[in-house]
Write a protein that binds this ligand. Structure first.
Ligand code: NAP
Length: 285
């Protein structure tokens, strides 16, 4: 698979989002493991997770543990796989999401994630979402300490605006390697953050890149233009969507979610799909 860069590390240009395998509507474990193994077989080497991908807080870390088990059970070499997890979000009860950006909490959460992932140091740790009750610099400061202490190898942020990206880069002393924001044909308002990341050479990981778990089938209602291009190439509109995102900047690494092997097998092929300049322009309108 075509490779892209996060920090000093090269990963497949299409990652796997783990969320659909742990939140509401998740499949049984056998299908989830088969999905993760299908991703690895297809050349995926970035897997995105979070301690909050659960049904509710009493099973915090469900997705991290699932991914760790799948990697252990995989027959091939997984040494080049980067597992990117996140902290700072909570699921206090089914269906609800809450935030905690307290630095002491984040430091404990990262250590718990490392334990669940079965690693000495987390490959990429991302602050999940700004907590309005905690100064952003304080939350990101916890990531700086985690880097200095060797609990995490690389630091990223998520759901950040351009000012927060600049602030995080400053607090981390230039060590910010990734920004994970919502971006899809339906949700394009993160384009300024994508462009800033391209300018700064920071990886940009679009989340819900197909329009989200409920919206992926028709790309969040934006499918028509993508279907036309898909027909011309004989591929799925989802593949065209991911190839279009890859074409927007070399720092873009989409992380489509999947709960079935066929979904990630199809998505992974987007890394090899080249769209014409005219197609990219038409899809960007
Ligand atoms: N940082 C944040 O705040 C945040 C928020 C949300 C999500 N995320 C991350 O971003 C990842 C992706 O977002 P998402 O899972 O919400 O939405 P998404 O990637 O836009 O859509 C996921 C759905 O797309 C379907 N799909 C995937 N590839 C397909 C293909 N080639 N053809 C047809 N359908 C396909 C999957 O169906 P099946 O289930 O049937 O396989 C899956 O349920 C998450 O898994 C999570 O890791 C981060």
């Amino acid at each position: 698979m075509q490779l892209r860069t996060i920090g000093q590390i090269q990963v497949g240009a299409i990652g796997l989002g783990g969320m659909p395998m742990s939140i509401e509507g998740r499949p049984d474990e056998e299908r989830s493991i088969a999905t993760i193994h299908a991703a690895l077989d297809a050349g995926v080497t970035l897997i995105d997770t979070a301690d909050a991908y659960t049904l509710a807080g009493d099973e915090q870390g469900h997705n991290e543990e699932l991914i760790a088990r799948a990697l252990r059970q995989y027959g091939g070499d997984t040494s080049g796989v980067l597992v990117a997890t996140k902290g700072g979000h909570l699921r206090p009860e089914p269906g609800a999401w809450a935030q905690n950006g307290d630095p002491a909490y984040l430091k404990e959460a990262a250590k718990a994630s490392a334990q669940r992932l079965g690693v000495d140091a987390i490959g990429l740790y991302q602050f999940h979402r700004p907590d309005p009750t905690v100064p952003y610099a304080d939350s990101v400061g916890a990531l700086a300490e985690l880097l200095d202490e060797g609990v995490i190898r690389m630091a990223g942020i998520s759901n950040a605006n351009p000012d927060q990206i600049r602030e995080a880069q400053e607090v981390l002393g230039g060590r910010l390697v990734s920004v994970q924001n919502q971006f899809s044909p339906k949700f394009r308002s993160s384009l300024p953050e994508l462009e800033l990341c391209a300018e700064l050479g920071i990886a940009f990981l679009p989340w819900s890149p197909l329009g989200g778990i409920q919206g992926a089938a028709d790309l969040g209602g934006q499918g028509a233009a993508f279907e036309k291009v898909a027909e011309a190439h004989g591929v799925s509109p989802q593949q065209v969507c991911l190839a279009w995102e890859l074409a927007l900047a070399p720092v873009v690494i989409p992380i489509p979610g999947a709960s079935r092997p066929a979904s990630i097998q199809d998505s992974a092929l987007a890394a090899e799909l080249t769209l014409t300049a005219e197609e990219i322009e038409a899809l960007s309108k």
